[in-house]
Design a protein around this ligand. Structure first.
Ligand SMILES: [Zn+2]
Length: 209
């Protein structure tokens, strides 16, 4: 297709990252958005390296998040330490399959899909790939959207701790694994924020529209 639209840089305008206002490029370094006063730039600075660094750090922390126990339950003198996966299995076995599915989705499936989606976005954009640009843009928006829901597992531990604390005979304590899990979630959120989705549209112009 020949009707390739001009880029903002060709028209001398910059879209503000924060409020979306389209501003005229006055050709000065360190220009600011007149509406929200954020720094204006065509692309987020060092987007690739920053996103990769955060993503790798998140992946490294995801290992202890799964290997270390996240929660200790003490019931009638019975001490039980659970990792995320053993917690899911226990919930399933003890007759709460719905809760097991929620925890499995929030703690294992969503983080893995997020890693996979961000690596795909980074790798394909870095190669200036024109493959499925619209779908990749949608994928990025989805990653941003689910970011807010990924802390669910930490909330489950917090909620259980609060609930069971009222009982006299049983006790729930959060263990170090939950800190690593929380850090993984925060780092993947920062990673998706560092990625500039406009990079998807950079590179070679082609017939892919
Ligand atoms: Zn602005």
């Amino acid at each position: 297709m020949s009707d390739v639209l001009p880029r903002a840089s060709e028209l001398g305008v910059i879209g503000c990252h924060v409020c979306g206002l389209v501003c005229k490029d006055i050709g000065v370094d360190g220009a600011h958005c007149p509406r929200c006063h954020s720094a204006l730039h065509y692309r987020k600075a060092a987007s690739y390296s920053r996103t990769w660094a955060l993503l790798i750090a998140a992946f490294v922390l995801y290992i202890p998040a799964n290997v270390l126990p996240i929660m200790r339950t003490v019931s009638l003198g019975d001490v039980d330490d659970n990792t995320i996966l053993s917690g899911v299995v226990e919930l399933w076995v003890k007759g709460s399959p719905d809760l097991a599915i929620i925890v499995f989705t929030a703690s294992i499936m969503v983080p893995m899909l997020k890693f996979f989606a961000l690596v795909t976005l980074l790798w394909s954009s870095h190669r200036s790939s024109t493959w499925a640009r619209q779908q990749r843009s949608k994928l990025y928006r989805l990653v941003e959207l689910i970011g807010y829901w990924s802390m669910l597992d930490v909330f489950v531990v917090a909620l259980l701790t609060a609930l069971v604390q009222f009982g006299l005979l049983s006790r729930v304590e959060p263990l170090p694994g939950v800190i690593f899990f929380g850090l993984t979630v925060v780092l993947t959120m920062f990673a998706s924020m560092s990625f500039d989705p406009r990079l998807i549209w950079d590179g070679r112009e082609s017939d892919d529209r």
